[in-house]
Design a protein around this ligand. Sequence first.
Ligand SMILES: Nc1nc2c(ncn2[C@@H]2O[C@H](COP(=O)(O)OP(=O)(O)OP(=O)(O)O)[C@@H](O)[C@H]2O)c(=O)[nH]1
Ligand SMILES: [Mg+2]
Length: 442
Amino acid sequence: MFEVREKPKMVERAYLVGVRTSEESEEHANLLLDELEELVETLAIGIVGREIVRIREPQARFLMGSGKAEEVLAAAREIEADCLVFDAELSPAQQRNWEALTKLCVIDRQEVILDIFAERAQTKEAVLQVDLARAEHSLPRLKNAWTHLSRQRGGGTTQRGEGEAQIELDARMVRQQIARLKRELEVVVKQRHVQRKQRQRVPLPTAAIVGYTNAGKSTLLNQITGASVLSEDKLFATLDPTTRQLQLPTGQKILVTDTVGFVRKLPHRLVEAFKATLEEAIVSDFLIHVLDVTSPEVDAHRETTLEVLKELGADDKRIITVYNKVDRLPPDAIRQPGTNGSIEGGQLNGLGDAGALKREKNAVYVSAFTGQGMERLYAEMERMLEKDTRVMQLLVPHDRYDVVNRLHQAGAVKQVDPKDDGVHILGNIPPRLYGLVEPFQV
Ligand SMILES: Nc1nc2c(ncn2[C@@H]2O[C@H](COP(=O)(O)OP(=O)(O)OP(=O)(O)O)[C@@H](O)[C@H]2O)c(=O)[nH]1
Ligand SMILES: [Mg+2]
C-alpha cells in the first residue's frame, strides 16, 4: 500500500501524554495511559516516559495551553524521546501544530490502534478494511507528511509551493485508493454473504462472542467448540471472525462466532470499516459478551463494548454476560458459588474497590482456561434459544424426508416416531423454520 503518513519506522523512544479535564479522575486517566502503554508496546515501540496533563478545557492549537505544551516538549527532550503519543484524539491541525513545535513524530491513540490492526490483518477482507480506514484517516493529514518532508529539505518558500502541489497529488492518489478499496471490499462482502447463505441452508441458530480486547473471547470459543483459534496475551490477536459448531447438552446445535475485540476510543473509521466482519455479530441470534473479571476497568470495558455494539446497530440483541478468568481470582473472591454457579453474597472480594463487582442476575462466571462454569454457560445458551423456539407437534409425510432431515440438522427434534401415516415429530422449532414446518403442524 502506498504510505502517506510517513510514520518514522525507526521510532524507538515514545513519550506518552494523557490529557485529563477536571471532571476526569487522576486514577482513570492513569488506567487509560496504562492501556495506551500496552497498545504502544504491541507495536514494539519502547516507552521512555509518560505524563498526564490537566487542562481546564480543550484548546484549539495544542489541545492544552501553549505553556503546558512547552513543558511537555521540554520533558520529552530531556529524556530524548523521538515520538509523542497522545491518548486523546488529536485533530489533523493539532497534530500538525505539535509536529511543528516539537520536530518529533506525533501520533495519537487512534493512529496506534490503526497501526496495530494493520500489523495483525491477515485475510484479504481484514487487509482491505484496515487499508480503507488508514487511507481515510490520512487524507486530512497529508499536510503533516509534507511538514515532515519540508523539514528534511530545510524548508523555504520555493519548496513550500512544491509541497502544496505534492499534497494535491497525494490527495488525489489517496482518494483514488479509497474508491478502489471500497470497490474491492464490496466484492469480498458479497462473497461473505454467499457463504453465509450457504451455511444457512442448514439453518442453525447462531451466537457471536463479543467483548473487549484480551477478555478471552478466542479462548472461550476454543474451550466450548474445541476450535484452535489463536489466543494470545496480546491486544487484537483476532481480527477475522471464526465460526464453529457447538452441540449443547440437550443436543441442540448452534454456530458460534469469535469476533474482533473492542477497545476504548476505537477509531470510528475502523468500526465502519469492520462492519462487514462484525456483521456476524449483527445477524446472530444472541451475543455472548465476555469480560475479564480480573480487570479493574471491567465496568469501563463493558460500557465500551455496549457503545460499539450500539454504533453497529446491534444493541437490541439479547446478551449473555460472561465474566471470564475467575481462575485468577483469589479463592475467597467468589463467595460460595450457588448451585447454578452464580456469585452469591453480592460482591466479589479481594479485587480492591475498583474490582468489586455487583452481582448480576443473569451473568455467568467462568474460566475459559479451565472450563469452570461452562455448564452454566450452556444452560444460559439453551435458555436463550428456548425463548425463540416453539414446541410443535408435527406429522411429516414419508415422502418429505428432506424436511425431517433439515429438522434433525437444525437440532430441532425432541422426539421422533415414524408411523404408517408419516413421521410424528415433537419439535423445538426456531423462528427461521416456522415457514418450513407450517404445513405439517397437527
Ligand atoms: N487465567 C486465565 N487466562 C485467560 C482466560 N481466558 C483467556 N485467558 C488469557 O487471556 C489472554 C487473552 O485471551 P484471548 O482468548 O486471546 O482474548 P481475546 O478476547 O480473543 O482477545 P483479542 O482477540 O485480542 O480481542 C490469553 O493470554 C489467554 O490465555 C481464563 O479463563 N483464565
Ligand atoms: Mg481473540
